[in-house]
Design a protein around this ligand. Structure first.
Ligand code: UFG
Length: 326
């Protein structure tokens, strides 16, 4: 069984490529390496090309003839998306259109999409269910919500079947620390906290301490990247067995505050780093927690690493190793 993985050299994509390889799938990673890392691809071949290049996209379909496509490649920074919205509509929305057109031409009809909790914007209620309103509050979330609409319309009109996985806060790393999170620049809480513990950063700022949460800091549903991997493999099996299109949240159904993450990192590392209370970061909802009942019931997803200490331990082992050598 052949799987084309766009963005397979990136953080979540590389963990899924590794898991697909372990399960015996024939994997081809398609990545322009603008944010990904060649060394992150632990299974199969890597084609270094851009999804904006329609000829290259068409060629990969005619050469590799995939049975299914997993689409991770995207720009992912909320702040950048506000400053450069067209980059997000180009890299995320328009490039997905190229991919879906190439799939239609080659009659490839199984698609797994990396969506995001950002499509919900500020939720009316938590835990958030999949049928909550789609009201993204930034161009990143809107660029991904557009793709969800494209998928819904295309699957109604054609034989395309898809699973859209709305990730909450992906975190952690490979247990053997071969691959992990390596964004440039890094904006995510857990890697930043660990860089502070390592002494690579002078400390960490807590963005907002006056939220309506028990300790005043934002709560997020941190999900280990290997549990996200499992969700992809289950989604693939569901579609290969003829299952219908679905949208699933991927989170554990409970969250941790920024302060709890900081404390867990201090415990895991044994290092007391500098923490400074700071102003709110614009656009941060107070609480983002997934209802994950649907994916647990429909696909039998059973998270293996619902444990903040384990998430931080794997991220710390990766961080101490120093990431990918360029
Ligand atoms: N935070 C800090 N200090 C920092 C960095 C982050 O206090 O230096 C806080 C943020 O304000 C937030 C929490 O830590 O409350 C988590 O922030 P991240 O940047 O790690 O993650 P987000 O929840 O902002 O973003 C994640 C994904 C996005 C996605 C979003 C969905 O990384 O791609 O969830 O809402 F859009």
């Amino acid at each position: 069984m052949k799987v084309l993985v766009t963005g397979g050299a990136g953080y979540i994509g590389s963990h899924v490529v590794r898991a697909l390889g372990e399960k015996g799938y024939d994997v081809l990673t398609y990545d322009n390496l603008s944010a990904g890392h060649r060394q992150a691809v632990l299974s199969g071949r890597l084609v270094t090309a851009d999804l904006a290049d329609k000829n290259a996209v068409g060629k990969v379909f005619s050469d590799f003839r995939p049975d299914a496509v997993m689409h991770f490649a995207a720009s992912i920074e909320v702040g950048e998306s506000v400053r450069e919205p067209l980059k997000y509509y180009r890299n995320n929305t328009a490039n997905t259109l190229n991919l879906l057109e190439a799939m239609a031409e080659s009659k490839t009809d199984i698609f797994i999409f990396s969506s995001t909790a950002a499509v919900y914007g500020v939720p009316d209620a938590v835990p958030i269910k999949e049928d909550a309103p789609i009201r993204p509050i930034n161009p990143y979330g809107r660029s991904k919500a557009c793709i969800e609409h494209m998928l819904e319309d295309t699957s109604t009109a054609t034989g395309l079947r898809y699973v859209s996985l709305r990730y909450f806060n992906a975190a952690g790393a490979d247990p053997e620390a071969r691959i992990g999170e390596a964004h440039e620049p890094e904006t995510h809480l857990i890697p930043l906290v660990l860089k502070a513990a390592k002494g690579e950063l002078p400390g960490i700022k807590i963005f907002g301490t006056d939220y309506p949460t028990p300790d005043g800091t934002c709560i997020r549903d941190y999900v280990h990247v290997d549990d996200l991997s499992d969700a992809h493999l289950l989604s693939l099996r569901h579609l290969l067995e003829g299952g219908r299109s679905e949208v699933f949240n991927c989170g554990y159904g409970h969250g941790y505050s920024v302060r709890e993450v900081v404390d867990a990192a201090r415990n895991a590392t044994g290092i007391d780093f500098k923490v400074e209370d700071s102003a709110r970061r614009p656009g941060d909802p107070a609480v983002l927690v997934a209802s994950s009942d649907k994916i647990r019931q429909r696909l039998g997803w059973t998270p293996r690493h619902d444990d903040l200490a384990y998430i931080i331990k794997t991220a710390w082992n990766w961080e101490r190793k120093g990431g990918f050598k360029r």
